[in-house]
Write a protein of this length. Structure first.
Length: 210
């Protein structure tokens, strides 16, 4: 049962990203999976319900990550940890991020009730990254640091031959450079993010690498 639901979500996400949410029909999705439209309706009663099931894990992950991050001390090590956790989440949901950026109108219409909560979470994280008494430039750098990761991850122009490790290292270093964070203790830029003892555990698939 769950395998079929997973197949439906995977096929729907591929089609939504490739040709857009609005123009993709449930018939196309059912045909891609090899089931009848009636069978698809058994698992998902509407296209909106299907989109919700696809995007909701990213929304919930972002809200959870935001709550955990803002509870941390605002040290350079914790900020680097937070950016790595954010990058890890975006890498884990890369296709969904692409869909959100390319078909934002349709997605926002479905998720209208939660948009304000997500926006508030983003602003919380930006304020936390900016520091305890931020100046105007500090706030700008905090926003640009997140945008550096988010916009790059949603772009379809990233070189396909670039490895995920190179992508992760480059984007993390770029975001940290925007915030003017020093390299990790005992290592140069590009070194693995150190374990932060006072950081609370981050749920699997949401936080940075361990």
């Amino acid at each position: 049962m769950e395998d079929t639901r997973d197949q439906i979500r995977a096929a729907a996400l591929e089609l939504f990203v490739r040709q857009g949410y609005e123009v993709t029909s449930l018939r196309e999705i059912a045909d891609r999976v090899g089931i009848t439209k009636a069978s698809l309706y058994y698992h998902y009663p509407s296209k909106q319900a299907l989109l919700t099931s696809i995007v909701d894990p990213l929304v919930k992950g972002w809200e959870r990550l935001g709550a955990e991050v803002v509870a941390l001390p605002q040290t350079p090590e914790h900020k680097r940890f937070a950016l790595d956790a954010y990058l890890d989440m975006m890498l884990g949901h890369r296709a969904i991020v692409t869909l959100l950026m390319r078909d934002a109108g349709a997605v926002l219409a479905v998720f209208a009730p939660t948009v304000d909560n997500v926006t508030a979470t983003v602003r919380q994280v930006q304020r936390w990254l900016a520091g305890p008494e931020p100046s105007g430039p500090d706030r700008i750098r905090a926003q640009v640091a997140l945008d550096t990761i988010g916009v790059a991850m949603s772009s379809g122009s990233l070189l396909p031959e670039v490895t995920e490790d190179d992508l992760r290292t480059t984007l993390l270093d770029a975001a940290c450079a925007v915030l003017r964070l020093p390299p990790p203790a005992g290592g140069a830029i590009g070194a693995p993010v150190p374990t932060v003892p006072s950081a609370p555990p981050v749920a699997p698939g949401v936080g940075g690498r361990r």
